[in-house]
Each structure stands twice: as structure tokens, then as C-alpha cells.
Design a protein. Structure first.
Ligand code: HAM
Length: 418
């Protein structure tokens, strides 16, 4: 029986990969403008990192991790996200010794054992930013501005930025209590998961998708009424900067993220184009996370976007990423005798950074020209009997049909000048 790819994973074939590369190139070039440098952390980490970092009470840690025991009996986990790993790398490599803030980005696969559906995969890809070492609301704004700018550049419309503050451990304790007081009379009516959340993490009840829990939660107290002065000021400052940058947002006091590490700012950008899994990105501040995994208290803020959802949003509005796939040179040979020369010229041109293709299958010249057209070759180099005998190559401009005879040793120079 044939072996298929695992459920919830994708093969990216060359045509699609080119589109992914175009998006990745845009993100990398934006990182240069915004001053973020790339880090690459391991695909797997000690399970403890995510248990402590992402949080034991989250769905991710409780149900969704790909965890295995290695040959030495250590528990390892395929990373379900990259923020905890970035914090670990910041600590382990003593990046706190560098000029702060430290601004990092990453792109790569993440793994969550979720129920696969449109826009929800088991291996998916995130691009993310993290800023370590500053409490300034301007850093939160910079993260959000980057995300907003990116979707604008890619041409994704119909987006809404949802913004909230989830407070800090001080103000959240009072809010947690208020939520428990509110939900206690309804405890028997809540879904099973939320009954469990009632003790572990009552904030997550606000995020439940079940109709009944939603209805019950409608009049639940708002976190915004419980923020301490520090959290309130931070949120106000952030909103002022977003107004100044003309980035529209809605305040969403029910926005609680699925990871436990957030403090103060939490945000998501939702798309109207991609169905139920509508979050194209999410992030926020995590001032307690580095301490949680063993460092000195260090503030941090960041976000991650799902690359699959970028394409889903584009497709939803009937667009796709444009890529320009052309070939610089196709070498057309009349017969086998010309192959060694063709190979040598291809080699020279590739070393000079031209993209070059040639035929290996002894096809007719007509078929070779057809292949050149299919690959959108800009130039054809023709090596026939006359050319072989005369020590030159016919260079044909495929766009306007003009031809020139160029000696072998001058071809690279000729094409570079053209
Ligand atoms: P997250 O909200 O879990 O946050 O994921 C961020 C984004 O990754 C989501 O908005 C979504 O676009 C995409 N995503 C998540 N799960 C899946 C999935 N199963 N299939 C496809 N796409 C998915 C985080 O991961 C945080 N680490 C973000 C962050 C960085 N917060 C601070 N810094």
C-alpha cells in the first residue's frame, strides 16, 4: 500500500514553494527595515520548556504536543511555538549582556496535534518577532505596526485588529476571582472543558466556542475594569501610539490567548476571508516568561503569524502571490557533438549568476525551442553545426527575435552587458 503524508501536513511543490519564498523574502526585507535579526532554534526542546513556558493549563501543553522519550529517557517535544525557545536561547546565550532591546525574528515549522481542518494543520509554519528587554509600549506598537504593514503590503484586506490587556499577576488575581464568582452559579451548565477551566484558568472560559458557554459568558466582568494603574497606563500609551500611526483597532476585552504567558498587551488580527480559523496572527507581552524559565525578570513582547493563513486569506479574496518565473538562458544544441561545449558555457554562465537550462535528452531543435518558451527563457544560445565549426554561438533574444553571433569566449561578457 502507498504511504501518504501524515494528516494535517502538506507537501509544498515547486510552484507553491516559489510563492512561499516570495513571502519569506518580503518578511526578511521588512525585518531589515524594522531592525530584527534572525534566530534559528532547535525543532525539538526539552518538554519542560513548554510545560513551564507555554503553561501546563493550556490546550497546547495538555493535548497538542508531539512529545517523545529519546534514547536516554529524556522527554522531548517538537516545538508547538517559538516564543519559549526564543526566551531559552536569549538566556542560554546570554543575550541579556548585549545592548537592549534585543530584536529577533524566526521562520519555521511548528507542531501541534490538533484536529486538522481548513487553516488548522499539525505541522504549520510561523513567522514571528520577539523584542526582549523593554517595557515600553512603543515596542508593543512596533510589533503590531509590523504585522499591520505586512498584511497591507501583501494586499490582504478585510482585517480587524483586536486589542486587549490581560493585566499582570497583581490585577489578574482579582479578575480571576471576579470571574469565578460570576461563573460559579452556572458551573453545571458549562461544557466539560470549561468546568475544568473554572479552577485552572477561568479566563479561558471567555474563549470557549460552545454556544452555551458563550451565552453564559456574555455578561461576565471585563478585565478592563480590573487593570492596575501600571497596566492601564501601558494600554493607554499603546493605544495613543496606534492612533498616531493610523492603525485602526477594536478593544476586545474577551480576547484571551491560548498561551499562559501573556501580561498586559494581547492582540490578534482576524480575517473575514478564511472561515472559523480566522486569526492570521496573534501575540502580546510576556513580562514574566523569562523568569518562569529560570532567568532574571526580563520584559518581552512579540507576535507570530501563520504562513498557511496568509495564503488562505489571499485565496479567500481571489488573489495569490505573484512570482516572476523566467529563465535567463536556454542553450539549444543541434546534436550530441555540441553537448560538451554547451555544458561548458552553461557552467560559465551559472558561475556568473545567470539561470541556465539545456536539453539532456537529444530532443529536436524545435522541441528545445518549445522548452525554452515554456520556461520563459529570455535568451536562447544556439549551437548548430555552423556555430561549432566557426567557434561562435548564435545569441537569440527571445523577446524581440533579434540574433547576434558571439565568439565562445565572449558570451558571458556579452550577456552581462546586455
Ligand atoms: P498562536 O496564536 O498560538 O501564538 O499562533 C500564532 C499564529 O500561528 C496564529 O494566529 C495562526 O495564524 C498560526 N497558527 C497557530 N496554530 C496553527 C495551526 N494549527 N495551523 C495553522 N496555523 C496556526 C503563538 O504561537 C505565540 N508564540 C505568538 C507570540 C510570539 N506571542 C508572543 N510572541
Amino acid at each position: 500500500m502507498a504511504i501518504n503524508r501524515p494528516r494535517g501536513t502538506m507537501d509544498l511543490l515547486p510552484e507553491r514553494t516559489a510563492k512561499w519564498q516570495a513571502i519569506e523574502a518580503l518578511l526578511r526585507s521588512m525585518c531589515r527595515s524594522y531592525g530584527f535579526s534572525e534566530i534559528r532554534t532547535p525543532i525539538f526542546e526539552e518538554t519542560e520548556l513548554f510545560a513551564r513556558g507555554v503553561g501546563n493549563t493550556t490546550d497546547i501543553v495538555q493535548k497538542e504536543m508531539y512529545t517523545f522519550t529519546d534514547h536516554s529517557g529524556r522527554s522531548m517535544t517538537l516545538r508547538p511555538e517559538n516564543t519559549a525557545s526564543a526566551c531559552r536561547a536569549y538566556l542560554e546565550n546570554k543575550l541579556y549582556g548585549q545592548v537592549q532591546p534585543v530584536k529577533l525574528y524566526y521562520i519555521g515549522p511548528m507542531f501541534r496535534y490538533e484536529k486538522p481542518q481548513a487553516g488548522r494543520l499539525r505541522q504549520f509554519h510561523q513567522f514571528g518577532l520577539e523584542i526582549f528587554g523593554t517595557q515600553a509600549a512603543a515596542a508593543d506598537a512596533e510589533i503590531i505596526a509590523f504585522a499591520w504593514d505586512f498584511y497591507h503590503r501583501v494586499g490582504i484586506r478585510d482585517l480587524t485588529l483586536h486589542l486587549n490587556s490581560v493585566g499582570c499577576p497583581t490585577c489578574r488575581a482579582a479578575y480571576r476571582q471576579a470571574l469565578q464568582d460570576y461563573f460559579r452559579p452556572y458551573l453545571n451548565e458549562l461544557c466539560e472543558t470549561c468546568r475544568d477551566r473554572f479552577q485552572r484558568n477561568p479566563l479561558r472560559i471567555l474563549d470557549c466556542k460552545s454556544e452555551i458557554c458563550r451565552k453564559i459568558g456574555e455578561n461576565a466582568p471585563s478585565i478592563l475594569d480590573y487593570l492596575c494603574d501600571d497596566c492601564r497606563n501601558h494600554q493607554e500609551q499603546l493605544q495613543n501610539i496606534l492612533h498616531a500611526a493610523a492603525i485602526p483597532f477594536v478593544i476586545d476585552p474577551r480576547l484571551v490567548r491560548g498561551l499562559d504567558y501573556y501580561t498586559k498587551t494581547a492582540f490578534e488580527i482576524l480575517s473575514g476571508q478564511i472561515g472559523a480559523q480566522s486569526a492570521v496572527c496573534g501575540g502580546g507581552r510576556y513580562d514574566g516568561l523569562i523568569e518562569e524559565i529560570g532567568g532574571d525578570p526580563t520584559p518581552g513582547v512579540g507576535f507570530a503569524l501563520g504562513l498557511e493563513r496568509v495564503f488562505a486569506a489571499l485565496n479567500g479574496q481571489g488573489d495569490d502571490v505573484e512570482t516572476e518565473d523566467t529563465l535567463d538562458v536556454y542553450i539549444v544544441v543541434a546534436n550530441n557533438a555540441a553537448q560538451p561545449l554547451a555544458f561548458r558555457i552553461a557552467d560559465q554562465l551559472r558561475r556568473a549568476d545567470f539561470s541556465v537550462e539545456m536539453d539532456y535528452a537529444d530532443k529536436s531543435m524545435k522541441a528545445q525551442f518549445k522548452a525554452a518558451n515554456r520556461l520563459a527563457a529570455q535568451t536562447a544560445l544556439i549551437i548548430g553545426d555552423d556555430e561549432l565549426a566557426g567557434g561562435y554561438v548564435t545569441v537569440k533574444n527571445m523577446l524581440d527575435g533579434t540574433q547576434a553571433a558571439v565568439p565562445h569566449q565572449d558570451i558571458t561578457k556579452y550577456l552581462l552587458e546586455r
